[in-house]
Design a protein around this ligand. Structure first.
Ligand code: KG4
Length: 339
């Protein structure tokens, strides 16, 4: 019988299940997103937990069917232990424990941030290229902005992190100021394509080392728009694309300056990006261009693997499975970053 690892992801508002086979190939990846949060302008934790409860059984069932296997063929179950929303994590964790007891197979806990980093090892075909260790990852999402030196699948060092807001929050909160729906990042991305990135100037942080800060930019954006609206109530309407392009340009500039510093300090030859914000067209182009100019290898994830997905949990679990790194049944979810 072959090896099959089931991955389960339920850290925020996506319920996802995926199967990876013994040769490390992805057999299925099913994601149920929750539209219920759109009307509230952000994820409502209580509603997210309830939606996970509704989705988890059909999502796991679909992942097994798409992989063409029966649950009895599974070798182990990997689940996201944290960080994330506690109520959401409890659903995936409890489900993983229950299924593993029923099937008498081990469980593997996975750190959600490690899984984002390891998304580059998801192989949909045997020829897919994966990064060589050590490499540098810029992990940018709605909750985190980190520069991570990855020496191995289980040896990651955070070199820098945001001291306040994450890059995704900067996108989303500024988008909200412009009256765009949640999450605003993809809307800013679309609008920015036709705008002038140098039209407006927003504050950039001046903090030493490899840490990030985005709260000053957010305030600067808010004040610029507020002051302009006093002169012209149609200001946002008339300047949507330029505001989006200038905001995106500033966020990318902040991200790239520290990435450049980290590359110089570590001397790595490979750079990867991950997390929801790595879906941004401007970020993807900036990192690709930077790597080309500096003779570095760039790993830019497929868009489906930038946001929360279980394929990355399954591949992270697969590496732990190969090393026999299973967890106990009293393993409990954790909400905060915990590396
Ligand atoms: O990793 P992720 O799915 O989960 C959280 O950590 O919450 O990241 C979600 C974040 C949101 O802030 C969203 O606006 C942002 O990723 N995002 C983008 C784009 N697509 C998603 N930001 C900018 N441009 C995009 N195309």
């Amino acid at each position: 019988m072959g090896t099959y690892i089931l991955g389960i992801e339920s850290s925020c508002d996506d319920t996802s299940a995926a199967v990876v086979s013994g040769d490390g190939l992805l057999c299925s990846n099913v994601i149920a997103s929750q539209s219920v949060h759109e009307q509230y302008g952000g994820v409502v934790p209580e509603l997210a937990s309830r939606a996970h409860q509704q989705n988890i059984v059909p999502v796991v069932d679909a992942a097994l069917r798409q992989a063409g296997i029966d649950a009895s063929e599974l070798s182990a179950i990997a689940f996201t232990r944290g960080p994330g929303l506690l109520g959401s994590l409890l659903v995936g964790t409890s489900f993983a424990k229950g299924l593993s007891l029923a099937l008498r197979i081990p469980i593997i806990e996975v750190n959600h941030l490690h899984a984002h980093v390891l998304a580059h090892f998801i192989k949909q075909s045997p020829d897919d290229e994966v990064p060589e260790y050590p490499f540098l990852t810029l992990l940018i999402s709605g909750g985190n902005s980190q520069l991570i030196l990855v020496r191995n699948y289980n040896d990651m060092q955070i070199l820098g992190a945001t001291i306040d807001d994450a890059a995704g929050e900067a996108f989303d909160k500024c988008a909200k100021v412009m009256g765009l729906p949640y999450p605003g990042g993809p809307h800013i991305d679309r609008l920015a394509a036709t705008g002038d990135p140098l039209r407006f100037h927003f504050a950039r942080p001046r903090i030493p080392g490899l840490d990030y800060s985005f709260s000053g930019l957010k305030t600067s954006f808010l004040y610029t728009v507020r002051d302009a609206l006093r002169q012209d109530s149609d200001f946002i309407e008339k300047n949507r694309a330029d505001l989006a392009a200038s905001l995106q340009h500033t966020i990318i500039d902040i991200l790239m300056r520290k990435l450049d510093l980290a590359v110089k300090q570590t001397g790595v030859s490979t750079v990867a990006i991950g997390g929801g914000v790595s879906a941004n067209s401007g970020v993807r182009d900036a990192v690709s261009d930077y790597c080309r100019v500096h003779g570095l290898k760039a790993f830019i994830p497929k868009r489906v693997f930038t946001t929360d997905n279980a394929a990355m949990v399954a591949i992270a679990g697969y590496f732990k499975y190969l090393d026999g790194e299973f967890c106990r049944y009293d393993s409990t979810p954790f909400a905060r970053v915990h590396v």
